[in-house]
Design a protein around this ligand. Structure first.
Ligand code: FAD
Length: 477
């Protein structure tokens, strides 16, 4: 029996349900990745994601080769054509894959599976990279949850400790004559090499994911509750890109935490496991409300008076708003492909409320620049902050980026790191340089407006305007 293992967002060997399923009864295993951007619809991978994917595929291929196999790579307009071509060439009778839940992928998966079955191939689709399938949990009325706390209260009661399958030590050899491409031939890396910051910050691949998970669980997890909101310290796991590409799964994390003797739903591990719960909730929402990747869940926002402005958007994208916490975040994003969650919220609030740019414009920028860009989590994050999603922060709760900075970056070290032109400003003014007396600015060697921008928006006035804009839609049916 020859089995194709179709890998997608499960780029790992340990605890990979599709791999386990494929190996049971397989004489020959054909591990396959198909690069098919057209199938992602409006959400084909952005530049940072492509960078990550390149390195993750290279790492996975190495891991397969160390075990006597190899990863075959194909490219095409649609997965079905490639699967058919390879199944015919290697005489496969069965294809295994892990499910994905993005709307465009779900639609093509359904078509692909039907066609493959009609060809006489056996199709095994197994659970994806989640603790719960998105349809596993339902409200008492048998509908989707819209409130995270209710969702998670229910989910926690069903959390079980998974048995983790270690990575196989040896694998059957894969055929080498199927016209496979090398990772390089996919052309995923940028032609203009802007990616040195990314390479410095990350080690894509399963080994990198495992190392980061162990380091986090043995270290910062103990103080996660106290430090998770501090962008200037290493208080969170930074596992989001590894989780997105399935280089590690949440089941493995939960198991690792329990193996350290920690309880999942209380004590130091609780807030972390709850955050993994937000990821689950994001997939629950995208499954039940697929249109929300492009449209607000709260329909009143279809009529919101956004004021689309390319200049404001560009200043925000480049970290030149003149508001230090926001600029630090967007520069961190540009350099490393990641931004701290607290700053993501503040930056998204500034864009959608003070600057009143449509949340979709921010979501698109994140999509292109985040190494963890994930359609479910990004949609949730943007709609939550913009106030138009499920269980969203109400629109009238507008983050004050100065207060956020003072509270969560009290020493200003985070701002100093990403906005070095402000490095010599005392902590008292680091989050609002425009409020510093002229003498303080001179001593710090800063001319506002040339070394560092004047704020592009008046925070108090724009807050009032945002609230007035909200008034125009809030009573709509
Ligand atoms: P940790 O604090 O260590 O959390 C552990 C894991 O839980 C994360 O790796 C992540 O997988 C998950 N998680 C944590 N918070 C959230 C959350 N709010 N929503 C969903 N999952 C969460 N996360 C993405 O993975 N991809 C995105 O594209 C994305 N876009 C966002 C956009 C906005 C506007 C906002 C406000 C948040 C977004 N997030 C996104 C959620 C969150 O910011 C990141 O998951 C988190 O910062 C990743 O860092 P970490 O791995 O250190 O998180």
């Amino acid at each position: 029996d020859t089995v194709i293992l179709w890998l997608r967002r499960d780029l790992r060997l340990a605890d990979n349900p599709a791999l386990s399923r494929a190996l049971s009864g397989a004489g020959r295993l054909v591990p396959l990745y198909i690069h098919c951007p057209a199938e992602e619809g409006r959400w084909r991978a952005g530049a940072a994601s492509r960078w990550w994917l390149h390195h993750s595929l290279a790492a996975l291929d190495r891991a397969f080769r160390e075990r006597g196999s190899r990863l075959l790579i194909a490219r095409g307009e649609d997965s079905l054509t490639e699967l058919r071509r390879i199944a015919t060439a290697c005489g496969a009778t069965r294809i295994c894959w892990a499910r994905r839940y993005e709307p465009a992928t779900r639609a093509t998966d359904a078509r692909t599976e039907l066609a493959l079955r009609a060809d006489g191939l056996r199709c095994d689709s197994v659970e994806g990279n989640l603790l719960f399938e998105p349809w596993d949990l339902a409200t008492e009325a048998n509908g989707p949850y819209r409130v995270f706390s209710a969702y998670w209260r229910r989910a926690v009661t069903r959390l079980t400790l998974p048995v983790i399958e270690p990575a196989p030590t040896a694998l059957p050899p894969a055929p080498s004559d199927l016209g496979a491409l090398s990772v390089d031939e996919l052309g995923l890396l940028p032609r203009v090499r802007w990616d040195t910051g990314l390479a410095h910050a990350w080690t894509p691949g399963e080994d990198g994911a495992q190392a980061r998970a162990s380091a986090f669980i043995d270290g910062p997890l103990a103080t996660y509750a106290a430090k998770r909101d501090r962008p200037g310290v290493l208080g969170t796991s930074r596992l989001s890109p590894h989780l997105h590409f399935g280089e590690i799964g949440p089941r493995q994390l939960v198991r690792m935490i329990a193996d350290r003797g920690l309880v999942l739903d209380e004590g130091p591990a609780e807030p972390y496991v709850r955050e993994l719960g937000w990821r689950e909730f994001a997939y629950h929402l995208i499954h039940h409300f697929p249109h929300t990747t492009d449209e607000p869940l709260d329909e009143r926002f279809a009529a919101f008076p956004w004021r689309e402005d390319e200049t404001l958007l560009a200043a925000w994208q480049r970290g030149r708003t003149g508001i230090p916490l926001i600029d630090a975040g967007l520069r961190e994003l540009w350099k490393t492909g990641w931004m701290h969650n607290r700053v993501r919220m503040a930056a998204a609030s500034l864009l959608t409320k003070n600057l009143r740019q449509p949340w979709q414009a921010g979501a698109r920028w994140f999509w292109d620049t985040l190494v963890d860009a994930d359609l479910a989590s990004n949609t949730l994050g943007w709609q939550w902050t913009a106030g138009c999603g499920a269980d969203a922060a109400p629109y009238f709760r507008i983050f004050n980026p100065v207060r956020q900075g003072e509270r969560f970056d009290p020493t200003g070290d985070y701002v100093r790191r990403w906005c070095p032109e402000l490095a010599r400003l005392p902590a008292r003014f680091i989050h609002q340089p425009w409020a510093a007396p002229a003498g303080v600015l001179t001593d710090a060697g800063i001319r506002l407006g040339s070394d560092y921008p004047q704020p592009i928006v008046d925070l108090a006035a724009s807050r009032r305007e945002a609230l007035a804009a909200w008034e125009t839609i809030k009573n709509q049916a």
